[in-house]
Design a protein around this ligand. Sequence first.
Ligand code: SAM
Length: 192
Amino acid sequence: NFRCRSAFKLLEIDDQFRVLRPGYSVVDCGAAPGAWSQVAVQRVNSAGTDPALPRGTVVGVDLLHIPPLDGAHFLSSHDVTDPTTHAKLLELLPDNHAHVILSDMAPNASGFHEMDHEKIISMCLSLIDLAEKVLLPGGSLVCKYWDGILVQKLQARLSSVFSSVRTLKPHASRKDSAERYFLARMYIKPGK
Ligand code: SAM
């Protein structure tokens, strides 16, 4: 049983692209109430459910409270865009790095589309700073955005540090919503 229907979007993305593998370390941004983390825990085996497979790590972050989940560490009441959160995340990750960054983060919608669009894009851009600190070379990022004029800019920024960037619209995402995801793979650490 998942805490939220959003789980089905990540399941769909992962079934198609196999972003999450046993033993991987994952950062889940905007994790509350924890459905994406539930999916991640299963797929990276961070609760050790299958003793024959390597055991991964899931660390979730949200401004809100995230109820405890077996196999996950949560930083509730933390802002993903705040560099002090990045430092805490690093400490919770084995060898201070992650294979995957997930973000289903969204601002509280004001109803003014351009303003909401700008806010979510700037959240996505801050994930590029987070990646620079925690993401392993070759790592992946999945991030939600709302379609609009700044998407090109975000896509260009992602393409400057990931070899592969594609847009996804999972079936589980309402057809009439502006919601989309970027799947960025093969991270290239700047300066390396
Ligand atoms: N993926 C989650 C799940 O499956 O349970 C649902 C995430 S919900 C759509 C978006 C979340 O992003 C909200 O819980 C919100 O509090 C969080 N959020 C928004 N801005 C944030 C920020 N700056 N730092 C951390 N979390 C943030």
